[in-house]
Write a new protein. Structure first.
Length: 228
């Protein structure tokens, strides 16, 4: 399982870097039975992608496309219960300061400590999308892979960054290791059964968007990690 996750992660990093217009070296090192490219170069490309402003610009561009879609299609939902679904990490809040400081590594204890600090900055385009939805009477739902034990810090971070009201914040129960795509689709299904029409589903991972129960999906770029 670990090998499959690493392979998927490296593939996603390479694709993201290539999409960003960078050039990666051919695989130069073998770690166990997994061919891994020159990771130092991959990380350098990701940092350059971020520092150049291209990453944030592309996030804003896609968030604006989602806003335009919502604006265009809202008239069809008059008298109904229109809604949007947003992910949190790398969709509404950016964890780049933490990810960069740990050299794109993942240490569970440090990740939890970062969340508890509630210092993740808002992504500008998604915040504008959120504010448009709120202003126009659209119910906003957050569905995140974060767990209930992180609820207080997550709510505090969201409010501090301008996401100050929402219909519901859906979080995993502590110890829930179910597949992200399945878990999120189940909650979108529940919302539709409650009478909501999910006009836009916005996320940075394919697992945020797969499984249906939304009229449209918009995927933000994320060259930093991959959630299978």
């Amino acid at each position: 399982m670990a090998n499959k996750v690493w392979s998927a992660l490296i593939k996603s990093l390479c694709v993201a870097a290539l999409v960003a217009g960078t050039v990666l070296a051919e695989p130069a090192a073998l770690h166990g039975d997994i061919g891994i490219p020159n990771m130092a170069l991959v990380k350098e490309n990701m940092r350059e992608y971020y520092k150049s402003g291209r990453y944030l610009k592309e996030v804003d561009t896609i968030a604006e496309q989602a806003r335009v879609y919502l604006e265009t299609n809202l008239p069809r939902h008059q008298g109904r219960k229109p809604a949007v679904v947003l992910d949190i990490d790398e969709t509404t809040l950016s964890n780049y300061p933490h990810i960069n400081s740990f050299d794109f590594g993942y240490i569970p204890k440090e990740w939890v400590a970062w969340i508890q600090q509630a210092e993740a900055p808002a992504l500008v385009g998604p915040l504008a999308f959120y504010r448009y939805a709120q202003k126009n009477g659209v119910a906003v739902f957050f569905i995140t892979g974060r767990t209930e034990q992180e609820r207080e810090a997550t709510e505090r971070n969201l409010r501090k960054e301008g996401f100050d009201d929402w219909q519901e914040l859906v979080m995993k129960t502590n110890g829930d290791h179910s597949a992200t795509g399945t878990y999120k689709a189940q909650h979108r299904r529940r919302l539709t059964q409650e009478g909501y029409t999910i006009v836009v589903n916005l996320g940075d991972q394919l697992s945020d968007l797969e499984g249906g129960y939304s009229e449209s999906v918009f995927k933000l770029p994320n060259p930093m990690y991959y959630v299978p």
